[in-house]
Design a protein around this ligand. Sequence first.
Ligand SMILES: [Zn+2]
Ligand SMILES: [Zn+2]
Length: 340
Amino acid sequence: MVPRKLTAMKSVLVAGLAACGTATFAQTSDDTVSEIATFFDSAYLIGGPEIVDCTLSGGTKTTCFSITVKADPQSYTPGPWCPANITDSAEAGGIWLRDGEVHDVDGAFIANLAEFYGDTDWQMFDPDTGDVRFTGSLEACEAAARPDVDPAYENYCVQCLPEYMPDDATVTYVIPLDPQTASLTQPTNFSGSGVAHNGIRLDGPAPIDAILAAHTIAPFDECGGHVNTHVGYHYHAVTDCLSPAPAIFGSVESTAAEQHGIQIGIAMDGYQIFSHLMADGSDPNDLDACNGHESDGAAYHYHAGAAGSNAILGCLAAEAGCALENKGAVCDASARPPRP
Ligand SMILES: [Zn+2]
Ligand SMILES: [Zn+2]
């Protein structure tokens, strides 16, 4: 164990937004682990948290925490995504994002796609019955969700259901305890933006242009999530589904933290991610390209992008850790292959 690192990590995870020096920080790795466990209390935890060695995206070898989770929110049931008929109401479908706006994917939305996108090739429903064409099996969702969409699934509403995932599918997040500032900002399209306190991946942007090119849409549920067969359920937008994280900051009296809204997760570089808006409902107006800032004595942290922005974070300001689909794999983010 490396006490200095762990103490530094405390300053990130617990006191990151505490402007004052009145808080007392736990000094042992046991306390660190238990605080991380508390933060992820609402996650479907399979393994960890534990402290591990890791190699970050910029090649820095450092100390990370590791948690293994199932991508299964415990406070609600994901979905729905695609409405079944063009007469369906908004409750039967999810949301879609365009130019910063959030749109309900109800039956009328599907019926109106040609006009919405100014392209008469859109025809996602049976004109006789009004039935929406949507992917209804694992095979269909995989064929429709791959980068080169199977032509048979053009003009489909693409949804993969959580039950298509193998029972033992997990994701292991390996995140630095002590953010290692990078000379260049890091993209979010390798391991995502971070992980929410409910254990769900806060992903990078959905490839909306590629999806639209095949005249498909892949709606998100009201919570901003949908399923792919690699990582399971994941978020591309942060809506109002994430409650405040429990307790991890509860022991620290921090006026600064309270002003910045609620902490919804931890970024892949180890910085905290807060809600889009400040606690008073105002927009933080001094965010950098990554959606981060440092203010009023509050350490650097991010605010999630607006739900319609398709960017939970703009980038990562520090070196990223790993989101691993193979349990037990070691994090070397400097060696990861390009993600399709
Ligand atoms: Zn996605
Ligand atoms: Zn802030």
